[in-house]
Design a protein around this ligand. Structure first.
Ligand SMILES: N[C@@H](CCC(=O)N[C@@H](CS)C(=O)NCC(=O)O)C(=O)O
Length: 199
């Protein structure tokens, strides 16, 4: 059975859990207690030398990084529906994986780390500025579409969703972004959707 190593307050772990649930795949959840530093234990570092969650093990496949795991699960178990294979649509989805790990991490994810987990070496003004930028871009992008790409949800939506929906934890108000709020509600209505604390 698939094993997912993660933490319940980690949005990166959550996005993988969410896709597993949406795909109706059975898996074993292995809690890595970040608060106790378990992710830096010798045992865990042999699994993921980066010392981060999430990490997925599926038979011989051992994969770290939420975006990479979404790619794997999307293709392996969801086929073209969640991650198209043709060059152009594949690139369109990949763009959002990059944005999830770039602009979304630098903005709402870092603001959450600062306010909720007291990670003080984060420049909170810069994080709020970055958040405003990417949230405004998303708001514009979603003004004429239901999903980030195409007429259906893909791993693009799953990758971007958690830290946008968790923006309040970083003291970012989503009220000025009605299209974004509607998109969040749309994701919450997907069959087999599961929530996490804060969403
Ligand atoms: N690029 C990685 C980042 C993962 C990441 O930052 N995970 C956090 C929890 S959400 C973590 O393990 N932090 C502990 C650390 O970096 O020491 C991904 O997308 O999965």
């Amino acid at each position: 059975m698939i094993k997912l190593y993660g933490h319940e307050m980690s949005g990166n772990s959550y996005k993988v859990r969410l896709l597993l649930e949406l795909l109706n795949i059975e898996y074993e959840w292995v809690k890595v207690d970040l608060m106790k530093g378990e992710h830096k234990s010798t045992e865990y570092l042999t699994l993921n030398p980066f010392g981060q969650v999430p990490l997925l093990i599926d038979g011989d496949i051992q994969l770290a990084d939420a975006q990479a795991i979404l790619v794997y699960l999307g293709r392996q178990y969801g086929g073209d529906k969640w991650l198209p294979s043709d060059a152009s649509p594949l690139a369109q989805v990949s763009r959002w994986l990059s944005i999830a790990a770039g602009e979304v991490r630098q903005g709402p994810e870092n603001a959450r780390l600062y306010h909720l987990f007291r990670v003080t070496n984060i420049n909170i003004d810069r994080a709020h500025q970055k958040a405003k930028y990417i949230l405004s871009q998303l708001e514009k992008h979603l003004s004429m579409r239901k999903w980030l790409e195409f007429e259906r949800p893909t791993i693009a939506d799953i990758a971007v969703f958690p830290y946008v929906a968790l923006a309040n934890d970083g003291k970012i108000d989503l009220k000025p972004y009605p299209n974004l709020l509607n998109w969040i509600e749309r994701i919450k209505k997907l069959p087999n959707y599961i929530p996490m604390t804060g969403i």
